[in-house]
Ligand binder design. Structure first.
Ligand code: ITT
Length: 207
């Protein structure tokens, strides 16, 4: 059996760690990478990251850079969000900060109320996936999107965040209703991390 490579994902959101592991498990050429929660490595340190970038890529790089400097090992990060076209891409890069202390049920209800009577319900999820290796001076970031529409009601309990109100193009069900294997093949996160790992693999960056 090949040696396991542990890579830390610089996030406070364990759903991202779970999904990135599930995504990698579906990629044929990857069989020895395990994604770990960054706070398993830096348990006792208080880290304050100021996500003040103006794009998903910028915020993703801020996270990877900040944590990479602390752990001094290669690190991954993910900045993502839901953008609604008729709301000028709101909540976008502020997806997790919108109604910050409220549960997702409330955030989704609020979004549905904002779209009441609106015919143009087009939206996309975006994800910027970043790899930063402080020792080798390597910084890579890929951004990908998945387009779809916002449903008329909250549907399904799979996934996390805004999944129960997002219907990906070509489907009738929300991400909250879709099986995780399907979301993990077509999602913004799947596409961004597939691009990132394909580059990492082709260039032998982990060897
Ligand atoms: P870190 O910054 O610590 O990584 P976070 O959850 O705050 O964690 P972001 O700033 O990238 O991360 O915000 C992403 C938010 O966008 C996330 O909390 C969800 O609300 C939403 N989101 C991103 N990807 C999603 C997905 O696949 N399904 C549902 N909602 C998603």
């Amino acid at each position: 059996m090949s040696n396991q490579i542990k890579l830390y994902l610089a996030t406070s959101n364990k759903n991202k760690v779970r999904e990135v592991n599930e995504i990698l498990a579906q990629i044929d050429y990857i069989n020895n990478i395990q994604i770990q929660y960054i706070f398993d490595e830096i348990e006792n340190q208080e880290v304050r990251i100021i996500e003040n970038g103006e794009s998903f890529i910028e915020n993703s790089v801020i996270k990877a850079w900040s944590y990479g400097k602390i752990i001094k090992k290669p690190v991954l990060s993910d900045d993502s969000g839901l953008s609604i076209l008729c709301l000028k891409d709101f909540p976008g890069i502020n997806s997790s900060r919108f109604l910050e202390d409220e549960p997702y049920e409330k955030k989704m209800e609020k979004i549905l109320a904002m779209l009441e009577g609106e015919e143009d319900r087009r939206a996309f999820f975006a994800c910027a996936a970043t790899y930063f290796d402080i020792e080798k001076n390597i910084l890579l970031s890929f951004e990908e999107k998945i387009y779809g529409t916002i449903s008329n009601e909250i549907r399904g309990t799979n996934g996390f965040g805004y999944d129960p109100i997002f219907i990906p193009e070509g489907f009738k069900t929300t991400f909250g209703e879709l099986k995780k294997d399907i979301k993990n093949k077509i999602s913004h996160r799947a596409k961004a991390f597939e691009k990132l790992f394909s580059f990492i693999e082709k260039n032998g960056l982990l060897h």
